[in-house]
Write a protein that binds this ligand. Structure first.
Ligand SMILES: [Zn+2]
Ligand SMILES: [Zn+2]
Length: 141
């Protein structure tokens, strides 16, 4: 199942499959939002997996290096956040209150990009968009 795909992914990246690597990938692939190293540690503790913060950093570094995870550094965020790399174009919704970051996998810009290329003569290679606002949880609180 899913689990074996992740093991293959780890092995194909030339890494050894370790409990920490596998559980971090699983955690992030199931997470609806991006997580900081600190969040990752907390979530793993909830699953009774003890890991110290420096091991989290070391593990995510390797997984980012091998493109299994993405590291996201937003301007106004001190902490890097991590997401499972689905290898799909996406954007982010960012809550200005709790700093939650939620990836969205639909893109409204593709057509505009073509139009822009025609008008400007630019060869456009990509774009980044982040939407800022208040998440549902924070609106209820
Ligand atoms: Zn929020
Ligand atoms: Zn887009």
């Amino acid at each position: 199942m899913q689990k074996e795909n992740f093991i293959d992914k780890i092995l194909n990246a030339g890494l050894k499959n370790t409990k920490y690597r596998l559980s971090i990938i699983e955690l992030l692939s199931e997470s609806k939002e991006l997580l900081t190293a600190y969040n990752i540690r907390e979530e793993l503790l909830k699953k009774k997996i003890k890991i110290n913060l420096s091991t989290v950093y070391r593990t995510v570094d390797k997984l980012v290096e091998t493109k299994i995870l993405n590291r996201i550094n937003l301007e106004n965020e001190k902490n890097a956040m991590y997401e499972y790399n689905r290898e799909k174009h996406h954007h982010f919704l960012i809550c200005e209150n709790c700093n939650k970051i939620v990836p969205i996998y639909s893109c409204p810009i593709d057509k505009y990009e073509l139009e822009l290329e025609e008008k400007s003569g630019f060869q456009i290679k990509g774009h980044k968009i982040e939407f800022y606002g208040i998440c549902e949880d924070c609106q209820k609180a």
